[in-house]
Design a protein around this ligand. Structure first.
Ligand code: F6P
Length: 549
């Protein structure tokens, strides 16, 4: 796929963008807004429930035209269509990339190797729904006959971040009588804190691992099983009522001792970081119920269809992807901030870090040649108001170009007390004020006009001209969450397609795993230190001494 494509930086469209950037020079957003009074209301797009304002970007009509020409030359639409058709666009792993099939409606046809996968997708969703209903209604009980009140998801990376983020986001839709926790870290403290106040007889462990070989997850799952059996003073047969598995690997699930009847399957064409709307979402489905989960899938699907069919000028993921390429290549932007103004989205950026950085943190192209352009940015951020009192200073007055996404909602999600509902306007006043300040700043003359002493004028002036995207929706519902995530999934896709990298492999995580396996026996048994480099050997020796070994 795309083999032998002209190098990005040798495309005439790329050269044209470089020239255009020079012409744009230091053009300020203030000038762009002055030149076009309709910019604020006109430079917006709508997809589903998401209203997107891209007026505060350092772009003109010409910029956007040139960027779209680049997308055409780079073959973004062709690669997109190949992905939706189920072609094996993940070439280094020889796999199809079909997270879009996970939310295809019943009756749709999506083929992998000549077989329609949609019936299998829905069969698993139905099995998940039946199980979630049994847990939620109390029909599914633990080994001693007690009702399940606690659900602990054990997984890491894509088998943790998605469901953990979505559970947080949709808390107000969740059954508040259920305690739902997520354990990912191989640091024993994580599992300890998650189970220390739980009654094992009321606890269900959901072991989430695509491969079922991930050392952190298998270690935590084994410890959870030991905890359960010790607490219940029971033998292996208790496992069946307290452990279910979400995986592509039935053999390993069975080896672990989980009955494959209690396994919810997915497939190798679902990447880990694209998997939380597969069986990996089971803990979320138990929390919010199958109907809400389906609403979320419909939200994903709505944006999939938009991405697949909307013309380039209206295609929101395409636009967001292109803007990121623009800043990375021509403004030397190294990072991208995602700033949700919603407490419920507190884990959203952490989720996007894996989605974006594991996908596009690559430095060779699809043919294995080193890339000669910037690829994926560092993605970071936390809920906005907290950030305002921490790192926003650097965005406003630092020396770096940091494009930022502001995500906000017109209504507070939860059924809050009236006083707390009123706080929402204050939250959103901050939201709008920040993008305004970032774009337009405050000139030295404006500062002087306030009577500020001359020596303080440089300190109190704001250059502005910091690009932001604003995404607004009425409410953070399951559907809106699905729409938001699909938007970012496809944005990441667009960028990977333009940079000509494989966004769906993650070979970079392997070396550390292999080395950890070699280091562990040195820590525990003290053997083999001579095979380590001198720094690691010295560190290991200090560690062993501190542990009294
Ligand atoms: O090590 C990285 C990774 O493979 C991620 O891509 C994945 O989401 C995570 O580990 C967990 O993998 P698994 O679901 O197979 O346990």
């Amino acid at each position: 796929m795309n083999a032998g494509r002209t190098k990005l930086n040798q495309m005439p469209e790329w050269t044209a963008l470089g020239k255009h950037r020079e012409q744009l020079g230091e053009t300020h957003l203030r000038e762009l807004f002055d030149a076009d009074p309709g910019r604020g209301s006109g430079w917006t797009l709508q997809v589903g429930d998401l209203y997107l304002d891209y007026s505060k970007h350092l772009v003109t009509d010409e910029t956007l035209g040139l960027l779209r020409e680049l997308a055409t030359a780079a073959g973004v639409a062709e690669l997109r269509d190949a992905m939706f058709r189920g072609e094996k666009i993940n070439t280094t792993e020889d796999r199809a990339v079909l997270h879009t099939a996970l939310r295809a409606p019943r009756g749709a046809v999506v083929e992998v190797d000549g077989e329609n996968v949609v019936p299998d997708v829905h069969a698993v969703l139905d099995k998940m729904a039946a199980f979630a209903d049994r847990v939620r209604s109390g029909e599914w009980t633990g080994h001693t006959g007690k009702r399940i009140k606690n659900v602990v998801n054990i997984g890491i990376g894509g088998s943790d971040l998605g469901p953990a983020m979505a559970y947080e986001a949709l808390r107000s839709f969740a059954d508040r009588d259920l305690t739902v926790r997520f354990v990912s870290n191989v640091d024993g403290a994580d599992l300890h804190e998650a189970v220390r106040d739980l009654d094992a007889a009321e606890t269900l462990f959901v072991i989430a691992s695509k491969t079922f070989t991930t050392i952190e997850t298998i270690t935590n799952a084994t410890s959870a099983r030991n905890w359960l059996l010790t607490e219940l003073k029971a033998d292996q047969e208790a496992v069946a009522k307290h452990f279910v598995a979400l995986s592509t690997n039935a053999e390993k699930v069975s080896d672990f001792g989980i009955d494959t009847a209690n396994m919810f399957e997915f497939w190798d064409w679902v990447g880990g970081r694209y998997s939380f709307d597969s069986a990996i979402g089971l803990a979320l489905m138990i929390a919010i119920g199958p109907d809400r989960f389906r609403e979320m899938l419909d939200g994903f699907h709505l944006v999939d269809e938009h991405f697949r069919t909307a013309p380039a000028e209206e295609n929101v993921p395409l636009l967001l992807g292109l803007l990121g390429v623009w800043y990375g290549a021509f403004f030397d932007a190294q990072s991208h901030a995602v700033l949700p103004y919603s407490h419920y989205l507190s884990k959203f950026t952490a989720y996007l870090q894996q989605l974006d950085m594991e996908s596009n943190g690559k430095s060779v192209d699809r043919d294995g040649n080193p890339v000669e352009w910037q690829t994926g940015p560092v993605v970071w951020g936390t809920p906005g108001t907290n950030g305002q009192h921490a790192y926003y200073q650097l965005i406003h007055q630092g020396t770096k170009v940091i494009p930022a996404d502001f995500i906000g909602f017109a209504r507070p999600v939860a059924d809050l007390q009236p006083g707390l509902v009123a706080q929402h306007d204050l939250l959103m006043a901050n939201f709008f004020a920040q993008t305004q300040a970032l774009a337009f700043g405050k000139t030295p003359d404006e500062v002087r006009a306030e009577g500020v002493a001359e020596e303080l004028v440089p300190h109190k002036s704001f250059k502005g001209n910091h690009p932001t995207t604003t995404i607004l929706a009425e409410n953070l519902t399951p559907s809106v969450l699905g729409q938001l995530i699909a938007l970012y999934e496809h944005k990441v896709f667009v960028q990977g397609a333009i940079w000509n990298i494989d966004s769906f492999d993650q070979w970079g995580v392997e070396l550390g795993k292999v080395l950890a396996k070699k280091v562990e026996p040195v820590l525990t048994e003290g053997k083999g230190a001579e095979q380590l480099d001198s720094s690691t050997a010295a560190l290991v020796s200090t560690y062993r001494a501190l542990r009294g070994r």
